[in-house]
Design a protein around this ligand. Structure first.
Ligand code: SF4
Length: 261
């Protein structure tokens, strides 16, 4: 019998978050690989605008760390049609995080094996300083997310765990900083202890085990209709769209484009 989830399947924060939001959405997107029937009309324009601006902003930061000079990048930002990009880039260049340091890796992928599963993290920036790892994640949200919300995100488990376990020697400390381009002074940082990492490992391994154990009919539709508010499979699932808010928009955007933004 063919495995539902092939042995080479790569888990990452985006597909694990999808599973937690709606098992059926995970099944449609990652098992059946069903093309999305349609973008949700109410958000598609805002989403496309946010996606284009966010991706361009990330590419500017990447180029900065690759050594492209500031004036060139500022000029690019100024000519981008969405005026938020210029402000975001100015904000970024005025933070200490723009400093070029040794042992820093922008747009860096790392993958580990956990319980026989592949687990991938794609870091916006990771810096190795002695036996400390600092992870940075740039965000371009319209609304500042709450600390508790970020703490509950799968990304806040996957990134530090992959960063720590990918090293030959366990790091003494792993920290992760979320920096919002529109709210530059309001960073949110998490410092992970060895106990935190162990908890993350057990939790993520448990999620992956569950996913592998399910039969097709066990990938159930969520009972929380708010989860459906922005889902592209609404028409497929025959779910009416309840109203959405900025929190659900943030969650959906970061889930769908979790590996970009
Ligand atoms: S519409 Fe709702 S039930 Fe259907 S896949 Fe999307 S989130 Fe799940």
């Amino acid at each position: 019998m063919t495995e539902l989830i092939p042995s080479g399947f790569v888990f990452h924060q985006s597909n694990l978050q999808t599973f937690l939001i709606c098992r059926y959405r995970f099944f449609l997107r990652y098992v059946q690989k069903m093309p999305w029937p349609a973008a949700v009309a109410a958000t598609s324009s805002q989403f496309e605008q946010d996606q284009a601006a966010g991706s361009y902003f990330h590419s500017l930061i990447h180029q900065h760390f690759l050594g492209i000079d500031r004036d060139t990048l500022c000029s690019c930002a100024q000519h981008f049609p969405d005026i938020r990009v210029r402000a975001w880039f100015d904000n970024f260049m005025n933070t200490p995080y723009a400093k070029i340091r040794p042992n820093q890796y922008p747009e860096h992928n790392q993958q580990i094996r956990l319980d026989g599963n592949l687990l991938l993290a794609k870091f916006d920036l990771i810096i190795f300083e002695g036996d400390t790892i600092q992870i940075f994640d740039w965000k371009t949200s319209r609304k500042l997310p709450k600390r508790q919300f970020l703490q509950s995100r799968i990304q806040t488990m996957v990134y530090p765990l992959v960063a720590a376990r990918a090293q030959a020697k366990p790091p003494a400390a792993v920290n992760m900083l979320y920096w919002e381009a529109g709210f530059p002074g309001q960073t949110i940082q998490f410092n992970f202890t060895q106990d935190d990492l162990q908890t993350a490992q057990l939790t993520l391994a448990s999620h992956m085990r569950t996913i592998r154990s399910l039969e097709p009919e066990q990938f159930e539709q969520t009972t929380d209709l708010q989860r459906c508010a922005l889902c592209e499979y609404q028409s497929f699932c025959n779910r009416n769209s309840p109203s959405w808010n900025e929190d659900s928009y943030y969650e959906w955007k970061s889930e769908v484009f979790g590996l970009i933004d």
